[in-house]
Design a protein. Structure first.
Length: 150
């Protein structure tokens, strides 16, 4: 069996992001720092995440790490917005989250929306009883919808 897992790159906020996503999805976070992998104490980035993972119920799995040398002050690259019914973005990916019911999806939506910029409010669409898009507080753009045929 082959699987694919999103590996999110952060600028010093991987630990906070993993804890936020644990609050959204539940599950267990494992994390190791650069220091645990041999970086000398006192070097900038010693306590940042070199390997982080969230394993949550229902098959949700995210990986995260802090980009070496990158500072959270450098900001988050890219933006996403809706214009005239079209999504305009310069991001290289969106994170998709699908649920079997609108109730289940709404729960995750409300948790992800805390501190987020809503690109498209969660509402019925031509293809789904629930579709929405937001960029969370860590700069990850989520496309959420009720799974087709659910």
């Amino acid at each position: 069996m082959i699987t694919t897992t999103t590996h999110l790159n952060f600028r010093g906020t991987a630990r906070q992001a993993l804890e936020f996503y644990r609050g959204v999805f539940g599950g267990e976070v494992t994390a190791a720092t650069y220091g645990q992998f041999g970086m000398p104490e006192g070097v900038p980035g010693f306590d940042r995440i070199v390997f982080g993972q969230l394993q949550a119920p229902g098959g949700i799995r995210l990986m995260a790490y802090d980009i070496p040398g990158a500072d959270d002050a450098e900001g988050i690259a890219g933006s996403t917005r809706r214009e005239n019914g079209v999504t305009i973005t310069d991001r290289t990916f969106f994170q998709s989250l699908q649920a079997d019911s609108l109730d289940e999806l709404t729960t995750y939506w409300e948790r992800l929306a805390d501190g987020a910029v809503v690109v498209e409010p969660l509402a019925a669409s031509a293809w789904s009883p629930g579709f929405g898009m937001l960029t969370d507080r860590f700069g990850v753009t989520w496309v959420v919808d009720v799974r087709l045929g659910a």
